[in-house]
Design a protein around this ligand. Sequence first.
Ligand code: ADP
Ligand code: ASP
Ligand code: MG
Length: 407
Amino acid sequence: MSLRVHKYGGTSVADIQRIANVAGRVQKAHDGGDQVVVVLSAMAGVTDRLIALANQASKTPDKRELDVLLATGEQTTAALLAMMLKARGYKAKSFLGFQAGIHTDHMSGKARILDIDSKRLKKALDEGNIVVVAGFQGADNDGDITTLGRGGSDTSAVAIAAALKADVCEIYTDVDGVYTTDPRICADARKIDRISYEEMLEMAILGAKVLQIRSVEFAKKYNVPVHVRSSFNEEEGTMVINETADMESAVVSGVTCDMNEARITLKKVPDQPGISAKIFGALAKAEIMVDMIIQNTRSGGQTDLTFTVTKDDFERALEISEMVAEEVAAEEIKTATDIAKVSVIGLGMKSHSGVAAVMFEALASENINIRLISTSEIRISCVILAKYAELAVRTLHAAFGLEKPRE
Ligand code: ADP
Ligand code: ASP
Ligand code: MG
């Protein structure tokens, strides 16, 4: 008997027929003799609708109450699935995050799971139940409800799989697995059979939303095998696992695109020690994550300082930058929100040179201007104008030969 965690995303539980499809899959696993924990997202579109309602109730919705509201999306689907399974004669029980023992920090809207007290889940499993858990939520030290950030049900599922030492965490979604790039942007995208935690983590960080970043961090830390697959067919999907020797052969294994960045440039900043510390210290204090940082030295003891943040943090980052700019006598601030970051990722880059040249040539061949560049051991990212993002993804995908093998 194995213990399996199934997670179904919003499209997979979008209406009662789809929840019935989920019930069928869960029953099949249970009938086959496995213990099953099912983690559910809210119905597709529900989280967005709840956010819109909150914005109508208040210009700046209180963060604690927003979490109470958003957690109801997952409460609905968990109760409906458990109800349906019981009506079909199965033993089942639904749990909200706090009932499942999911203990988080206090960061409303982007809480981190600190630990899971899995006593109740284990007991319910031992009693023969199919256990259904509302994804995307937990509770902090005060017992207040918290949510885990967009896409957070992936992290609920992997964290529960780690806590219960499950044999596998199956992420059921609306595509057949992890592809070489978003299959909705590039029709030639190819499904990857096996991908290392490290590469998957880079892909998630760089915009492939198929798995939430933190879910991959958890999987890597606790060695949870993750199987990303479709909830609409029986095909094998993608195994996210530890690196193996044969995985190293691909120089570039994926292309991603992130539309959620914005750029801020402080122009003509005095070129002195301590200026960057002041700017980025102020941003860090406001818990704003900065992605790329680029400094161009000008003549006359001045420099231009450019950085990117997520669009959600843009307004606050700009306010802080304006304050600091005045303090350090920067001449002006320029911003751009119509940008996209395209990246190529591959473990093989560690030992191959020339990837950057191929990337830049491919973008140049389509007349796409590169605004910012950053690199790490296993990826290269370029910021370009947002309107060229999809063209850039398709061009890079072809330039690195990632398309489907032709028959
Ligand atoms: P769910 O609601 O099941 O959590 P998401 O919408 O969060 O699903 O994630 C699945 C989506 O991720 C796909 O529909 C696809 O458009 C997108 N995606 C982006 N990059 C990739 C990729 N490299 N491989 C597969 N899907 C990707
Ligand atoms: N419902 C949440 C969202 O839309 C969490 C999730 O689906 O994973 O982001
Ligand atoms: Mg998701």
